[in-house]
Design a binder for this molecule. Structure first.
Ligand code: ATP
Ligand code: MG
Length: 333
């Protein structure tokens, strides 16, 4: 049985097609990454899979249960850690987990053991009796993760687990997630717009943009599909000369794809060292001067650009705004 099966799933909000005809499967024990920019439809999909939203059309099974007609069974088998951190600042770490344990109907005789075990795993044992207001962003996220794990779900949903955290903290969270996956072996469906995160954690990745799946594969296969080398160079020329140069480069045998961004031109190739001299020859025949040139390995960022024609944007600013908004709501309440 697959952990998740999605069949032609769509969700519309009025005229907005947030999710459009998505189909995919997540295998048992797999870590599947949903990779896409702001507004791509990641959270909407996740809310459907966690029974918080009803689809407009299509079908989805989670842990073998239908997300609409068997919502209760789905909820019993999943953990869901939302995009916004949802721990209570004025309770201690342990109190937050006790609250989560009650919400998830964990039998009383198991609560202490489960909480001790999870605190140990995410290395918050020493801080457990301090109010969350004294915790760093990374510690809050770890506590939030712990809350989603107490009832040992078969399928864990993580919506942008490291958004807004600095890169060191993000890496730490990846290590915790790997430890958690190793210990419990559950299937994980996570969304992210960090290429590095998807590459680092996931067995397979689905690229989503404008509500549609653009590609599904392993990170390595995606990178290989572009060729194993990336040539990036800049020129000052624009217009006809530039487009002539680009179409000539496309004709080179080892060139798999080419994208442009301002003065920069990126060429994906299976044999970069052979292609570079040809690029120089072609440029000089067009009277174009190359300002800089480099040869690197493709990243998932490159994969995303190649599939969607766009780069990913950072969301830190957005995230901070949302936290402010949540705090204001809380003050008013
Ligand atoms: N409740 C809603 N009402 C109307 N439109 C919505 C609603 N929720 C989401 N949308 C729209 O649906 C689209 C997909 O949004 P969604 O939140 O799923 O994207 P996302 O990939 O999670 O983005 P982000 O990275 O910013 O979290 C966006 O255009 C969004 O504005
Ligand atoms: Mg989202």
């Amino acid at each position: 049985m697959n952990a998740i099966e999605i069949n032609s799933l769509s969700k519309e909000f009025g005229k907005i097609k947030a999710v459009e005809n998505i189909s995919l499967e997540v295998k048992e024990g797999e870590i599947f990454g949903f990779l896409g920019p702001n507004g791509a439809g990641k959270s909407t999909t996740m809310m459907i899979l966690t029974t918080l939203l009803k689809p407009t059309s299509g079908k989805a099974l989670v842990a073998g249960y239908d997300v609409v007609s068997q919502a209760k069974q789905v909820r019993q088998n999943i953990g869901y850690v939302q995009q916004e951190i949802s721990v209570d600042e004025y309770l201690t770490g342990r109190e937050n987990l006790i609250l989560q344990a009650r919400l998830n109907h964990i039998p009383k005789n198991l609560v202490k053991k489960r909480i001790d075990e999870i605190l140990e795993l995410i290395e918050l044992t020493d801080k457990q009796n301090e109010p969350v207001i004294t915790y760093s962003g990374g510690m809050r996220k770890r506590l939030d993760l712990a809350g989603g794990l107490l009832h040992q779900p078969k399928v864990l949903f993580l919506d942008e687990p490291t958004v807004g955290l600095d890169i060191q903290t993000r890496r730490k969270i990846w290590e915790y997630l790997k430890k958690i996956h190793e210990k419990f072996g559950m299937s994980i469906f996570l969304s992210t717009h960090y290429m590095e995160e998807a590459d680092n954690l996931c067995d397979r990745i689905g690229i989503i943009d404008y509500g549609q799946i653009q590609a599904i594969d392993s990170p390595q296969t995606m990178k290989n599909a572009l060729g194993n080398e990336v040539i990036t160079f800049t020129i000052s020329n624009n217009g006809e000369k530039k487009s002539n140069l680009i179409s000539k480069i496309k004709e080179i045998e080892y060139v798999k794809d080419i994208t442009t961004n301002g003065e920069g031109i990126t060429v994906f190739s299976s044999k970069g060292t052979e292609v570079i001299p040809i690029i120089f020859q072609l440029s000089s025949s067009f009277g174009i001067k190359i300002n800089s040139i480099s040869l690197t390995q493709p990243t998932l960022d490159d994969v995303f650009i190649s599939y969607t024609g766009r780069e990913l944007r950072d969301e830190t600013e957005n995230f901070n705004k949302r936290i402010e908004h949540a705090k204001m709501k809380r003050l008013r309440a």
